[in-house]
Write a protein of this length. Structure first.
Length: 222
């Protein structure tokens, strides 16, 4: 943990040990935005948290107004935590950062929204009636949205295994939560929700998503 490791409270009931570590990837939902943003922890002190590279799903840097409120979410699985925040100040240079403070103690939570990225990712969907190759167009810790021109012997509600490379090869149990069969003009639209995602796999996906968002930014997505 970077910053002064005194163990003093940021707000009553929250200590430095409760907060994310430097270089952790976190989600931030601003009161003014519906979708969460991705950011990386730069520093943590008794008084504030510095968030770097705050970007939305298009890779665009987001710079809120001073005083805006929001919610910081970090960790995963049974260790998922959240805390309300207020933006103290923002800077675009030399790198985009927000300085925020916690406005209430950190607590446990169940994630309701995920940072997503547009992708073009080959996926093998393993099913009892046979495997099918699809292309993921949207990825988050919650699941995949995929397209396919192939015939798919899968039904909504089926259990499958999604195999893909997100910096390392993953084979994740998932449930089919969306299936809109295509025609000559449109591909089949397949939505998969991951089941029982481990913290290690969630972290792998989170880092892959963040990398994709940064790449979109480097390509000029603004």
């Amino acid at each position: 943990m970077a910053g002064a490791a005194t163990g003093e409270d940021l707000v009553s009931g929250t200590t430095l040990a409760d907060l994310p570590d430097v270089n952790d990837l976190v989600d931030v939902t601003l009161d003014s935005r519906a979708e969460p943003l991705a950011a990386v922890i730069r520093t943590v002190t008794e008084d504030a948290v510095l968030l770097g590279e705050p970007i939305d799903r298009t890779g665009r840097v987001v710079m809120p107004e001073t005083g805006e409120g929001g919610l910081l979410v970090w960790g995963g699985g049974s260790s998922l935590r959240q805390a309300p925040i207020a933006v103290l100040e923002t800077h675009r240079r030399p790198d985009p950062v927000w300085l925020v403070r916690l406005t209430a103690p950190a607590g446990r939570c169940q994630r309701r929204a995920f940072v997503r990225a547009d992708v073009n990712l080959p996926v093998r969907v393993r099913h009892t009636d046979g495997d099918v190759e699809v292309t993921a167009v949207d990825l988050s810790e919650g699941g995949l949205r995929c397209n396919s021109r192939a015939e798919i012997a899968i039904r909504k509600g089926d259990s499958v295994i999604a195999e893909f490379d997100a910096g390392q090869r993953l084979a994740l149990p998932a449930t089919v939560v969306r299936l809109q069969r295509g025609d000559e003009e449109r591909p089949t639209d397949l939505g998969l929700s991951f089941e029982g995602l481990t913290m290690a796999n969630a972290d792998t996906i989170r880092r892959y998503v963040f990398g994709q968002l940064l790449e979109q930014r480097r390509r000029g997505a603004t």
